[in-house]
Design a protein around this ligand. Structure first.
Ligand SMILES: Cc1cc2nc3c(=O)[nH]c(=O)nc-3n(C[C@H](O)[C@H](O)[C@H](O)COP(=O)(O)OP(=O)(O)OC[C@H]3O[C@@H](n4cnc5c(N)ncnc54)[C@H](O)[C@@H]3O)c2cc1C
Length: 415
């Protein structure tokens, strides 16, 4: 593990900082960091995100690891990490591009035709076309290969019918990437085909899901006889699982380590200002004990993250051990929020930004953090990954692996 920048990394960090200082307002280190969980994005936030992305793109600071022909800079992953670290110290527009740039763009690069790469990647990089991921269904999340949205050939087109759910940003997206079942006679993982779909196509109905924190970050998306041109098929017919794995592998890297550790300083700030029994909460020994526990876990997360960074810096690709960050960080985010509400006392039960300490950061976090434990792999799935692929324990028994999908009990009803 190496904690220091190499001379080249330090020079690059200074360049990032200089550009950011000239183009954005720095965050005060004593200020509460913007809440990444408050999925209350509206049209204004999307417009701001597009403007910031276009500026970065035009001046050479977007999609740093991508090839130059698609608007990138062909830099290493470590440079991208350094850029993200520095950008996070500035007040910028919300990032609505993690799915496109982190997951879907790399999937098009790996499996797309030359025409598809030319048509989509540059516009995706500049951020004026927004993309969503249409994978999960009501009965297919962790077990994604059990999905049932059908794709049937009709001339040169495909016709899609079914339902997706939890589709983040579908309501402001121009394009979606969807996995469908094109052959129910094949075994579960073999009968899938992957498409690029125009979100404005007739037959697509997007219904935002109202979240407990008041936001509507994700949606149900219904497909009724939606026509998709054959030229929008990504990869070979029946090869959709292999294409989807590329997206999912990039998803783990794009979401990165859990965000729990980063909130520790905000908790400390709250404990210093909130009062318990007429004294600052930080003077209460039970509060101090709990804060010490969080400190130890957040340092563990930080150093585990540094191990991944050191591997990236040496040119290695992070492996399944990267799941540890989210498996520990996501539950910690929820525990931190719960404890912060306790410290706030009766105020903890309110959700009014103007009244509650730290602009209701902890209320938002308390309501949003269960989602962190589900998105991009639930706690249990991450533990399975760690058990099987890091510790080498025996894999789960999978009884449906070698049967045609139509014979799998969770498959289409009546078949
Ligand atoms: C904030 C958020 C954003 C999301 N964004 C998107 C998006 O943009 N696009 C998209 O396609 N999807 C998205 N999702 C969906 C997400 O990928 C799924 O919710 C996730 O994969 C879990 O699937 P599920 O909800 O169907 O739960 P299920 O898979 O039904 O799981 C239910 C419970 O069973 C447990 N479980 C399941 N299988 C096993 C097993 N083998 N061993 C042990 N326990 C198991 C799970 O851990 C969980 O506790 C998002 C979800 C969230 C919360």
């Amino acid at each position: 593990m190496d904690f220091n920048d190499t001379p080249q990394e330090a020079e690059f960090r200074a360049r990032c900082r200089a550009w950011l200082e000239a183009n954005a307002e720095p965050l005060d280190p004593n200020e509460t960091a913007p809440n990444p969980l408050g999925e209350r994005e509206d049209a204004g936030a999307v417009a701001a995100a597009k403007a910031w992305q276009a500026k970065k793109f035009d001046e050479g600071w977007a999609v740093l690891t991508w090839p130059k022909e698609y608007g990138g800079q062909e830099m290493g992953r470590m440079e991208a990490v350094i850029w993200n670290q520095e950008e996070a110290k500035f007040r910028t527009a919300p990032n609505i591009y993690t799915i496109g740039h982190g997951m879907l763009g790399p999937t098009i690069m790996a499996h797309g035709s030359d025409e598809q790469k030319k048509r989509y990647l540059r516009d995706m990089a500049r951020g004026q076309e927004i993309w969503c991921q249409l994978f999960s269904e009501p009965a297919a999340g962790s077990d994604l290969a059990g999905l049932q949205t059908r794709a049937v050939r009709d001339g040169d087109d495909w016709v899609l019918n079914g339902q997706k759910i939890w589709s983040t940003g579908a309501h402001y997206s121009d394009w979606g990437m969807i996995v469908t079942r094109s052959d129910s006679n094949a075994v579960k993982h073999a009968g899938l085909t992957y498409f690029i779909v125009d979100m404005k196509s007739p037959g697509i109905e997007i219904r935002p899901i109202r979240q407990i924190n008041g936001g509507s970050g994700f949606n149900e998306v219904f497909f009724t006889d939606v026509r998709v041109p054959g030229s929008n098929q990504l990869g070979k017919e029946g090869d959709g699982w292999r294409v989807a794995i590329t997206t999912l592998m990039n998803e783990r890297v794009a979401i990165g380590a859990g965000s729990g550790g980063g909130r520790f300083r905000d908790l400390l700030r709250l404990a210093r200002t909130a009062r318990r029994g007429g004294r600052p909460a930080i003077e209460d020994s039970a509060v101090r004990q709990k804060i010490a526990d969080f400190y130890v876990t957040s340092k563990g997360l930080q150093f585990t993250g540094y191990r991944t960074l050191s591997a990236i810096s040496r040119g290695a690709t992070p492996g399944p051990e990267g799941s540890v960050g989210k498996a520990v960080g996501a539950p910690m985010a929820q525990q931190l929020a719960s404890f912060a509400l306790e410290i706030q006392g009766p105020m903890g039960g309110l959700l009014e930004d103007s009244v509650v300490p730290q602009e209701a950061l902890w209320q938002d976090s308390y309501l949003g953090s269960p989602g962190l434990r589900i998105a991009g792999g639930t706690d249990e799935i991450l533990k399975n990954v760690i058990a099987e692929r890091v510790l080498g324990l025996p894999p789960e028994i999978r009884v449906d692996k070698d049967r045609p999908f139509r014979d799998v009990p969770t498959g289409p009803p009546g078949k």
